[in-house]
Design a protein around this ligand. Structure first.
Ligand SMILES: Cc1cc2nc3c(=O)[nH]c(=O)nc-3n(C[C@H](O)[C@H](O)[C@H](O)COP(=O)(O)OP(=O)(O)OC[C@H]3O[C@@H](n4cnc5c(N)ncnc54)[C@H](O)[C@@H]3O)c2cc1C
Length: 474
């Protein structure tokens, strides 16, 4: 018989850790599942294993993640790393693989805290060897202390790009250039949102400090860059672009790209939940109430997976979802829940007030939303933007039909990376809005699962108990 668990939290980033800590603190039996080998999610990746030197290198925003570990260390939360969730049903059955076996558990409540992923940044040549995302480079830095060899060029837009450039320098790496694709005029357009930004002054200060750090290090900063093309035959040899009315051809062996982050919606989409298009940050988000509840009874979303809010706000949202789960499970009365939530809501409101400024300032340049014809959009199935436009001319109305027209979105990533771009290209080619064009229909399994893992599945087997050991946590 499938084992029942009162609360399953999925994702051990700030939102999931916050949710699990609050719920377990209120006495809820809480299971925390995450695919990674250690807790922390994206921002605090490998925090449990990192020594003082690495924490100092990655900065105070990284080091503060250690404060989220006590609920795991005390055993209050049953934490199971290495658990890949590949299906959740509206009836709250959670299917995952761990230790080479598929498993299923039945939850009374679920908090989805699956975070964000980097927005694709398609332009001609972006799939050449030697081009990777800034997030991937940062993952290597956080989990293994790996610093890019030789000179690296960073291109794109957004705070994470500046942060990574500064972290690479601090780790002894060399940054040859920052090719900033934030469109000219974005700052002016964002200024009406400045009062909100000033409610979270530390965010603004951090951004200015990063820019100052890069200036001090003498990193060439090309602003308002456009018309990017990665040049090379076997691998990238140079990045071409225009900036300030001039054309550049920068020799480059490693190019790191970043264009902001967008919610990871694979599970909420596969559950068939309602999603809204958010025109300012140009991404979808699931429809939630102020506790993070979705329209499916007992399933809530917290953190960047519900709309990009940043790490601190993600933790606050996680705590709210944890309190709400505790209340729904009878461990906390509504008055106590609301009293505990009041301070969290105030801190959350200040963080959220900063978002419109950041979203407008770092809205991606149009060229990456609607790339040139010769740009690969679906990397798995090698479908170009031009082919998507051809499909529209032949009558294709939305992303789901592109699968029949030319297999876009049908590769191993199941549309995770190309979904937004395919919809944006179709919307422009049709002259339609994103709400009308829609998004890929996502079907389970949302993560690869092998036949051997399925064959090993035993609904009575709940797997080895979880546990937290700093030495194992990568
Ligand atoms: C690559 C990358 C690097 C970033 N680096 C920084 C940074 O240095 N500083 C900063 O301020 N912000 C950073 N961000 C933004 C930051 O991720 C968020 O603001 C914050 O971490 C959001 O917290 P969260 O708990 O919502 O999600 P996350 O921290 O993203 O945690 C989500 C967790 O869910 C897990 N998960 C997702 N899907 C599944 C599944 N199907 N099965 C099992 N587990 C799953 C993930 O592996 C992850 O551990 C980064 C974002 C990305 C994408």
């Amino acid at each position: 018989m499938t084992k029942n668990v009162p609360l399953i939290v999925i994702g051990a980033g700030p939102a999931g850790l916050g949710a699990a800590a609050e719920a377990a603190g209120a006495g809820v039996e809480t299971l925390l599942l995450d695919e990674q080998p250690g807790p922390g999610g994206q921002i605090y990746r490998a925090i449990a294993r990192s020594d003082a030197a690495r924490r100092a290198l990655l900065g105070p925003d990284y080091a503060r993640g250690a404060a989220l570990l006590p609920a795991l260390e005390s055993g209050a939360v049953d934490y199971r790393p290495g658990a890949n969730i590949w299906q959740i049903t509206p009836e709250r059955e959670v299917y995952f693989t761990r230790d080479g076996k598929a498993q299923v558990l039945q939850a009374a409540r679920i908090v989805l805290a699956t975070g964000a992923m980097e927005r694709p940044m398609p332009f001609p040549g972006w799939t050449l060897p030697g081009v990777m995302t800034a997030g991937a480079a940062q993952i290597m830095l956080k989990s293994a202390g790996t610093v890019p060899q030789g000179e690296v060029v960073l291109a794109g837009s957004g705070p994470l790009l500046l942060l990574l450039a500064s972290q690479v320098l601090d780790a002894g790496g060399r940054v040859a250039a920052l090719v900033d694709t934030t469109p000219r005029g974005s700052l002016m357009a964002a200024l009406p949102h400045l009062p909100g930004m000033l409610r979270a002054p530390s965010t603004l200060k951090k951004g200015l400090a990063l820019l100052a750090r890069l200036r001090r290090a003498g990193v060439p900063h090309y602003k308002g860059a456009g018309d990017l093309r990665a040049r090379g035959t076997e691998k990238i040899e140079a990045l071409r672009f225009t900036a300030g009315g001039r054309e550049y051809d920068l020799p480059c062996a490693l190019l790191l790209l970043h264009l902001g982050v967008v919610p990871n919606l694979q599970i909420t989409r596969a559950l068939g939940l309602a999603h809204d298009w958010d025109p300012l940050p140009r991404c979808w988000r699931p429809r939630l109430d102020s506790w993070g509840n979705t329209e499916h009874e007992g399933i809530a979303v917290a953190g960047d997976g519900g709309g990009i809010v940043g790490a601190e706000a993600s933790e606050h949202q996680g705590r709210l979802a944890g309190l709400q789960a505790a209340c729904q499970l009878g461990k906390l009365n509504p008055a106590d829940r609301d009293a505990k939530a009041a301070g969290i809501r105030r801190a959350l409101a200040a963080q959220r007030a900063a978002r419109p400024f950041l979203d407008r300032l770092y809205r991606p340049a149009e060229a990456f939303l609607d790339p040139p014809d010769n740009t690969l959009v679906c990397r798995c199935e090698e479908v170009t933007a031009g082919q998507i436009r051809d499909f529209v001319r032949l009558g294709c109305l939305g992303p789901n039909q592109t699968k029949a027209f030319g297999r876009a979105g049908m590769g191993p990533c199941q549309g995770r990376f190309c979904g937004l771009t395919v919809s944006e290209v179709i919307a422009r080619a049709r002259g339609a809005g994103m709400e009308e064009v829609g998004h890929y229909r996502i079907r389970p399994p949302i993560k690869p699962v092998t036949l051997a893992e399925l064959a090993a599945m035993d609904p009575d087997d709940t797997g080895p108990e979880g546990g937290f050991d700093r030495d194992d946590a990568a």
